[in-house]
Design a protein around this ligand. Structure first.
Ligand SMILES: C[S@@+](CC[C@H](N)C(=O)[O-])C[C@H]1O[C@@H](n2cnc3c(N)ncnc32)[C@H](O)[C@@H]1O
Length: 274
């Protein structure tokens, strides 16, 4: 999916203002208007904690860059644990034309040629296909965490797979696709269709988001160890953001089964690579 153009954004902003007049919960808007109010990937606090623990496997006070961070919804959560974390976003208009505040930790720039220094970790969350700048990113970090929508944006030019750029794949996990969450919320709360139809529609879902961790070989085992430690305490109330109950409600619980092709996967289950 291409990022929205400015005309689309002001249109979306108007739609958001209308939506707020009849919305059932403040926590719905991040899934219905992901670019304006949330993120294109559907995350929980455990995703943030995993990303943080990966960064901490390199240094106590690691440097971190979120490329294409948008308004920085995920980045601001990461910054609660990694205060030095920065973002890079090339679309300056999305801040200034909509009158949104741009924090100093988000730099306006193009990841293709404007990453100025080396970072302990670079996070690439949901970029659009078309530009392959993997070699540029590979010069700037030893650890890459990337998320992308399966089926949609990755591919030859999608710039998502980093093997072959000196990295090993370390671990991966699956989260629900925001499109499925969005559809289920719309069906359940904002359209008049019967429960039976909602149920049969929910059986059709199958999109999903993949999270891949890549590192230079020397960090691989340490990252796996940190991730294993981090995942021990994941299934508890403290490790949750308020909006996560929306995911539970529409059937995307932690370790919920999801069918991908012919295989059953468990949402958020970490798969480690040898
Ligand atoms: C699909 S949006 C995802 C935004 C955010 N990461 C999220 O998950 O919601 C992709 C973002 O990447 C930005 N972007 C695309 N190419 C970029 C580049 N070369 N350098 C920096 N930002 C870029 C776009 O302007 C857009 O805001």
């Amino acid at each position: 999916m291409m990022p929205p153009r400015f005309e689309d954004l002001s249109f979306a902003y108007e739609a958001l203002k209308q939506f707020r007049k009849y919305s059932f919960s403040v926590h719905h808007e991040r899934f219905i208007f992901p670019f304006l109010c949330g993120s294109y990937f559907t995350y929980r606090k455990i995703d943030v904690k995993r990303v943080v623990s990966i960064a901490k496997s390199v240094s106590k006070d690691p440097s971190y860059l979120d490329i294409g961070c948008g308004y920085g919804d995920f980045l601001e959560k990461v910054r609660q644990y990694l205060p030095k974390a920065e973002g890079m976003e090339k679309n300056v208009e999305m801040f200034f034309k909509l009158g949104r505040y741009k924090p100093d930790y988000i730099k306006i720039g193009d990841a293709y040629n404007e990453i100025e220094k080396k970072y302990d970790v670079i996070f690439v969350g949901w970029m659009e296909p078309g530009v392959d700048y993997r070699d540029k990113i590979a010069e700037k970090t030893d650890i890459i965490i990337t998320t992308f929508d399966k089926g949609g944006q990755c591919g030859i030019n999608g710039g998502c797979e980093f093997e072959g750029f000196g990295y090993d794949k370390v671990a991966s996990w699956v989260t629900p696709s925001w499109i499925d969450v969005n559809t289920e919320l719309m069906n359940k709360y904002y359209s008049k269709i019967s429960d039976d139809i909602i149920k049969s529609l929910s059986e059709l879902r199958g999109a999903h988001n993949l999270w891949y961790v890549y590192s230079k070989p020397k960090y691989k085992e340490k990252i796996k160890e940190e991730l294993r430690n981090c995942s021990v305490n994941e299934n508890n109330e403290i490790e949750r953001y308020e909006f996560e109950h929306v995911l539970d409600e529409v059937g995307y619980r932690y370790l919920e089964k999801i069918k991908i092709g012919n295989k059953i996967h468990l949402l958020w289950d970490i798969i480690y690579n040898e």
